[in-house]
Design a protein around this ligand. Structure first.
Ligand SMILES: O=C[C@H](O)COP(=O)(O)O
Length: 235
């Protein structure tokens, strides 16, 4: 069963595509996201590279678009060259953080520590999992959101909603059996509004998308189509 009264979520992971994820391109996606949020009210989360966080935050200031970091390291602030503690993300002004993305995995003990620390600092967490079983295990740690993404479909343009709908339905039932509140997303290969529509019809509240938006010729049109289909699916 879906948690009721919620807005659909489109989380956009910029990853580190070049030139798409950086500089003026990063700002363009932020402006497009702001416009889609203004026009549809759909919850949009942007996760730019660390280097782009400040300017993306400035671009969406005053809107409902949220900005998350792509990762946090399980370290305390101090002599930890090149690592990013959650405290640093809080200072940067993000509203949340993605943890355990397939391209940046963490040990379960570290995910637990990071979720607890983020909560203490008032940051939201979007934890990723590769299969429904891992999603259920992570759900016990009480992140705010979980995105289950089959790694073999990531970046392929072949959507999880069409190619592996059972991953979504199994994720929803396994995660709900241990956690009634966490917001469940899915991702991998999502490129169209139709993919988002199906993901929500299969029981999620939204999607985690990267290449389908970040590498699109017109990110605004793709995001708008996804947002409208998300609303249609929840209507
Ligand atoms: O964080 C996003 C996911 O890894 C999905 O990536 P993708 O939309 O390029 O398949």
């Amino acid at each position: 069963m879906r948690v009721s009264g919620l807005k659909p979520i489109i989380a956009v992971n910029y990853k580190a595509y070049h030139p798409h994820s950086f500089g003026e391109n990063a700002l363009r996606i932020a402006r497009d996201a702001r416009r889609v949020w203004e026009e549809t009210g759909v919850e949009i989360i942007l996760a730019p590279p660390f280097t782009e966080i400040h300017r993306v935050l400035k671009e969406v200031e005053g809107s409902g678009v949220k900005v998350f970091a792509q990762h946090a390291d399980p370290v305390e602030p101090g002599a930890v060259t090149g690592y990013i503690p959650v405290e640093g993300l809080k200072e940067a002004g993000v509203q949340g953080v993605i943890l355990n993305h397939s391209e940046h995995r963490l040990k379960i003990a570290d995910i637990n520590m990071l979720i607890a620390k983020a909560r203490r600092l008032g940051l939201k967490t979007l934890a990723c999992a590769d299969v429904p079983e891992t999603g259920a295990a992570i759900a016990l740690l009480k992140p705010d959101m979980i995105a289950v993404e089959p790694p073999e479909l990531i970046g392929t343009g072949v959507s999880v909603s069409k190619a592996k709908p059972e991953v979504i339905t199994n994720s929803v039932s396994m995660i709900r059996s241990v956690n009634k509140e966490v917001l469940i997303l899915t991702g991998a290969g999502i490129t169209t509004g139709e993919d988002v529509y199906q993901a929500i019809k299969l029981g999620t509240i939204g999607v985690l998308v990267a290449s389908g938006i970040v590498k699109a010729k017109d990110p605004y049109s793709v995001m708008k189509d996804m947002a409208l289909n998300a609303l249609k699916a929840l209507a």
